[in-house]
Design a protein around this ligand. Structure first.
Ligand code: PLP
Length: 458
């Protein structure tokens, strides 16, 4: 693996990058573990952000009609480190990665190799997971409480037995299409402390649970446990305590209905910055409300926890609208300059609309240099996507260097969760592609895990 210097685009005090130190062969598919996937690059992701920019800046002569296209850089070692973090904080809870968050082929393979399960919501997601190799269908939970009957039938055919429900109609469908399913009742919990609330659409209020369980019994269905979801992007982990208390009540309702529940599914919602806090709330609550965990299986459905920090996006400034003649520096806190970049809310930045995110650009390169002096004067700016719709605003107000021009590059971190999976091609703009890297720290371990998986499954 080539040894390279770690270059941090956030560090404005760096001396100018030494281009002769950047190996020029890193874009060559030197590690073809999965021949049908894009190459896996070695070296730090920041290096590849820079290499991608250098490649774009030097390619106009190649007549590529989209030479300055935006691109992601994925750091697979970040996904790996999150898994180690999960195992150290929640060793008793088995993660079932929520595929919808980012069904990236490398992420799915790495997680499969690490032994996680998968939360799938559709036939498409189930096929995607089963297609990566012989993944045991017992490692999948079909965690969509409202499924098309054909999807239920197909799950039965594929051997996916574990599935959630929260209403009586679902029970009739499952009784017809998959009578041997192992059902999990999804209960309603407090989701008011989350970016994306789910309770308006899913979850059985506790008062309805005894009736649902009686109906399941009447239909000779097997209910094995309880699930909940506190909402995606949960910013107050104390809600897990209340959720576990309700799950306990639902377990007791199961006993009253003649079932012996053995599965507790604590859902998703885990925010990177609050993970340790959430883990400790959960652990304490589970120990309090489920003092006897023998014979019990506990799982979770983390999505954004695994991927949000693992992807960065590099975008090119394709246009600029500025007042003719320069305005004095710092004259106004109203945006004076509009920058247009080549990904927007119809693409990767759909997370602004759907996932209620705010994003923060930083300068990746300016005037052909990766070095932006800390003394660079700033002005209040806005950043827009490339489409013809005015809703396509990435950043309504932000401070950017006054010298920033068309052709310069802006970077965005934390772009791995709920971004490209929901991107459209509206107005003819393609979804930004990914450069895959093994990452900086623990890259060789990631390589080892993937190489072993590839040897067994390709
Ligand atoms: C979206 C979703 C998840 C993942 O949520 P995160 O907040 O990304 O962890 C898990 N389970 C279900 C049922 C979901 O719908």
């Amino acid at each position: 693996m080539p040894q390279v210097d770690v270059l941090n685009p956030l560090d404005f005090t760096l001396s100018p990058p030494q281009f002769d130190k950047i190996p020029h062969d890193v874009l060559i598919p030197d590690l073809p573990l999965f021949p049908h996937l894009p190459p896996l690059l070695s070296g730090h992701p920041d290096l590849h952000l820079r290499n991608g920019i250098l490649a774009a800046d030097s390619s106009p002569a190649s007549h590529d009609p989209d030479s300055e296209r935006a691109f992601f850089v994925a750091d697979l070692s970040q996904v790996y480190r999150q898994h180690l973090r999960w195992q150290s904080c929640l060793p008793q809870i088995q993660p079932f990665y929520a595929v919808k968050c980012n069904p990236d082929p490398y992420v799915l393979r790495l997680l499969a190799a690490l032994g996680t399960g998968f939360d799938c919501a559709s036939n498409g997601e189930i096929s995607q997971v089963l297609d990566i190799g012989p993944v045991d269908p017992a490692r999948i939970i079909f965690a969509n409480p409202c499924k098309a009957v054909s999807f239920v039938r197909n799950a039965a055919k594929m051997g996916v037995d574990m599935m959630t429900f929260d209403n009586a109609d679902e029970l009739y469908k499952i009784a017809r299409a998959h009578p041997r399913a192992k059902l999990v009742v999804r209960i309603l919990t407090d989701d008011t402390k989350s970016l994306c609330q789910l309770g308006i659409k899913f979850g059985a209020p506790l008062a309805t649970v005894p009736g649902l369980l009686a109906k399941a019994k009447e239909l000779s269905l097997t209910v094995v446990g309880v699930s909940f979801h506190v909402g995606s992007g949960c910013y107050d982990p104390s809600v897990y305590t209340d959720a576990i208390m309700r799950a306990r009540a639902a377990f007791d309702m199961g006993t009253d209905a003649g079932y012996r529940f053995s599965l507790l599914d604590v859902g998703g919602g885990f925010e990177d910055a609050l993970f340790e806090q959430a883990a400790s709330c959960l652990t304490d609550a589970i120990d309090t409300y489920f003092p006897d965990q023998s014979g019990m299986k506990i799982l979770a459905e983390p999505g954004r926890f695994y991927v949000s920090k693992a992807f960065s996006l590099a975008t090119n400034i394709i246009a600029r609208r500025a007042p003719l003649g320069e305005t004095p520096a710092g004259s106004s806190d109203q945006p004076s300059v509009m920058y247009y970049i080549n990904d927007g809310v119809y693409g990767a930045f759909n997370c602004i609309l759907f996932d209620h995110q705010t994003v923060h650009p930083y300068v990746l390169s300016m005037g052909g240099s990766f070095h932006v002096p800390a003394t660079e004067p700033l002005h209040t700016s806005s950043v827009w996507g490339p489409t013809c719709d005015s809703i396509d605003c990435v950043c309504p107000t932000t401070q950017l260097p006054r010298a920033l021009r068309v052709g310069d590059w802006l970077g965005f971190d934390n772009m791995g969760a709920y971004t490209m999976c929901a991107a459209s091609q509206f107005n003819g703009f393609q979804v930004s592609k990914v450069l895959y890297t093994l990452g900086g720290f623990k890259a060789s371990e990631v390589w080892g895990v993937l190489a072993k998986f590839a040897a067994e499954h390709v």
